[in-house]
Write a protein that binds this ligand. Structure first.
Ligand SMILES: Cc1cc2nc3c(=O)[nH]c(=O)nc-3n(C[C@H](O)[C@H](O)[C@H](O)COP(=O)(O)OP(=O)(O)OC[C@H]3O[C@@H](n4cnc5c(N)ncnc54)[C@H](O)[C@@H]3O)c2cc1C
Length: 394
């Protein structure tokens, strides 16, 4: 059986579901292929205000607010044992006139809400199966599905994650590698309130990040060496609670780790192009870097917004070379800037070289001491181009 669509989306992570929903709402006939949404994902995602505006446009934000916690203060603390250490840098949303930077939302809640909205959409045909092969020609792209059906479309949106078979079929080369780190993810209850504050402790193995959840609970993303993550994940809840509490210097009082932990091997990857041969890359198919400063999905949502804007302007043939070049040009500066900043910060944590330490410490000290620079940095973190971009624009 053949499904005729304008656009086929491959991948049912958050970015694929958002792509299908928003393209369907814009009037395109969309086919979405991928396995059932992964409701076993224990992570939480800190989504900044512009990403929340996007979810609001999709009609999902009000339902998500009930399980979400606001991020009003973000802190970076140098917890390395190195000779050169930077002071704690604190970013307050109130400093730039915002009530909060964003919301921390459990992934399974986000995925469930998106999945439900996709199922209710009349413009999206959902195929609960993977794409097993792609055939691309000058005017069309065809996805052969694992259940024997095929989808024919003008454009394929590759939201099929880090290995992205669609990216490979389009012949887009990638520079990729492991960062030699894994992230241990868990939730915990604590005796003292978090006061809507997220703290990123920088250590020699990567960041140890606490993000508020609703109530007196937080989520932890502990980036460390893979063998250490494997040791930690095998500890009992009591043993792990003690280690987590010690690591954060009892900042939130007694810690009680909740059941259910996951380990994510980390890598970084950057494709040479963000679209070619009727395929446009979004989300982790377009950029992978370690979880520092809550950037990944926020960047993925900007991919979806840009793609939407591009295909609306090329609605006659959304997969044409002109449309794909426009999308590639629109995403390049943002993706390159975010990927290199996060990778550089991560490498500066892992490196023992004194000049690298000096640069990291000097940068953070400057941010801590200079409120106008801090405000620019916060605005840029919230909305690309509204911080540093606005200073350099004429
Ligand atoms: C520990 C951790 C914490 C993070 N925290 C944050 C945060 O606080 N804020 C933030 O902005 N970002 C965060 N991120 C990044 C964020 O999680 C990712 O950017 C996001 O999950 C990427 O979503 P995606 O939909 O692109 O990819 P994925 O979620 O990987 O989805 C890819 C999908 O493609 C499907 N697929 C694969 N092959 C095929 C095929 N052949 N056919 C069809 N489907 C296929 C897969 O089954 C899957 O459904 C974090 C990442 C990690 C690891």
């Amino acid at each position: 059986m053949k499904i005729e669509a304008d656009i086929v989306v491959a991948g049912t992570g958050p970015v694929g579901l958002m792509s299908a929903l928003s393209l369907g709402r814009a009037g395109f006939r969309v086919a979405l292929a991928g396995p059932p949404a992964n409701l076993a994902d224990r992570r939480t995602t800190a989504l900044m205000k512009p990403s929340l505006d996007f979810l609001d446009e999709l009609g999902l934000l009000d339902a998500l607010r009930t399980d979400a916690a606001p991020l009003k203060v973000m802190r970076i603390a140098d917890a390395t044992q190195r000779l050169l250490r930077s002071p704690v840098v604190t970013f307050r949303a109130s400093e730039i006139g915002e009530d909060y930077f964003g919301l921390n939302i459990p992934n399974r809640r986000l995925l469930a809400a998106l999945d439900e909205a996709v199922s209710a959409s009349k413009s999206v045909e959902r195929a609960e199966t993977t794409v097993s092969r792609w055939n691309i020609d000058a005017d069309n792209i065809e996805a052969a599905l694992a259940d024997g059906r095929t989808v024919s479309a003008r454009l394929a949106v590759a939201a099929d994650g880090r290995m992205s078979p669609a990216r490979e079929a389009a012949g887009i080369a990638v520079s990729a590698g492991s960062t030699g780190q894994s992230a241990l993810v868990l939730d915990f209850a604590h005796a003292r309130p978090h006061n809507d504050t997220s703290t990123e402790f920088h250590t020699e193995d990567g960041p140890f990040t606490l993000v508020p959840l609703s109530g007196q609970r937080s989520s932890l993303v502990w980036v460390t060496r893979p063998h250490r993550a494997e040791e930690l994940v095998r500890l009992s809840d009591d043993e792990l609670s003690l280690i987590v509490e010690e690591r954060m210097q009892s900042m939130l009082g007694r810690v009680t780790v909740e059941p259910g932990r996951q380990v994510f091997p980390l890598s970084s990857a950057l494709p040479r192009r963000f679209a070619a041969n009727r395929v446009a890359l979004v989300g982790e198919a377009a950029h992978i870097f370690p979880p520092i400063g809550a950037q990944g999905l926020n960047l993925g949502i900007r991919d979806v917004e840009s793609l939407l804007d591009t295909v609306m302007r090329h609605s006659g043939d959304p997969g044409s070379p002109a449309a794909l070049s426009a999308y590639d040009r629109s995403r390049r500066p943002d993706i390159l800037a975010r990927s290199s900043a996060v990778n550089m910060l991560n490498r500066s944590l892992l490196s023992d070289m004194l000049p690298v330490q000096l640069m990291r410490t000097a940068g953070l000290s400057l941010l801590g001491a200079a409120p106008p620079l801090r405000a620019l940095f916060m605005r840029e973190g919230l909305r690309t181009g509204s911080g540093f971009g606005s200073v350099f624009r004429v």
